[in-house]
Design a protein around this ligand. Structure first.
Ligand code: PGA
Length: 252
């Protein structure tokens, strides 16, 4: 059985003192969680977050990284830098990076490879726009993004990749995909993985849903057959709300 992963994506929010306070408060609330708990924080919070999360079940991730290992790339952060301070996960190809920073499928693919080369667990995002959904192209768009992102990886690496299906129209809008639509899209990704890498790999890949996940819809989404947890933006900025999402299965 696949484990569940609940990952927060703070985006460009939270100063170090806020990060320390948040993680200190969150720790007792999620200590009994049976799922993996990951917080993807801004670069400037990483070190403080890692120290605060030491000896807890909260893992710390970054929200982006360079595809290059080192060199003259002013302002960039490379995988070995993240790894060296103890970061475990990294979000790659978030739609905001694709949209606002022109991140291409090729760059996403190179970043995923570099993450694996340096022992980071990538959380790779795919998702369609509203126009693409309305044109009936959901499966085509997301399976193609997935294929390009994972191109050239070994089967073992594919098995270790965390994918996140995040319909762009649902991110930060309060609109959530219906649990059925989200599950169908994730199934389409899983079927394509089965076609390319075999059923065993498809059955072991963790695929999250993201897009306006909150405590009131987490349970119904995460209990669907193919949804293995969530990538949570806005609702990961409030300790109580995020802890309820993590504990979706034990809440009354
Ligand atoms: P949201 O963001 O939960 O605020 O919609 C999700 C994400 O962008 O990962």
């Amino acid at each position: 059985m696949r484990k569940k992963v609940i990952a927060g994506n703070w985006k460009m929010n939270m100063l170090p003192n806020e990060a320390i306070g948040f993680i200190t408060e969150l720790t007792p609330l999620v200590k009994s969680a049976t799922h993996d708990v990951v917080l993807c924080v801004p670069y400037t919070d990483l070190f403080y977050a890692l120290l605060t999360a030491q000896n807890t079940n909260i893992r710390i991730g970054a929200q982006n990284m360079s595809q290059y290992e080192k060199g003259a790339y002013t302002g960039e952060i490379a995988a070995p830098m993240l790894k060296s301070i103890g970061v475990s996960h990294v979000i790659i190809g978030h739609s905001e990076r694709r949209q606002y920073f022109n991140e291409t499928d090729e760059a996403v693919n190179e970043k995923v490879k570099s993450a694996f080369n340096h022992g980071l667990e990538p959380i790779v995002c795919v998702g369609e726009t509203l126009e693409q959904r309305e044109a009936g192209k959901v499966d085509e768009v997301i399976t193609s993004q997935m294929q390009k992102a994972l191109d050239g990886l070994t089967t073992e690496q594919v098995q270790k990749t965390i994918l996140a299906y995040e319909p762009i129209w649902a991110i930060g809008t309060g609109k959530t995909a219906s649990k059925e639509d989200a599950n169908e899209a994730i199934k389409a990704i899983r079927n394509k993985i089965a076609e390319i890498y075999g059923q065993m790999t498809a059955d072991s890949v963790i695929i999250l849903y993201g897009g306006s996940v909150k405590s009131t819809n987490a349970k119904e989404l995460f209990e669907m057959s193919d949804i293995d947890g969530g990538l949570v933006g806005g609702a990961s900025l409030k300790v109580e709300e995020f802890s309820k999402i993590v504990n979706y299965d034990t809440q009354k």
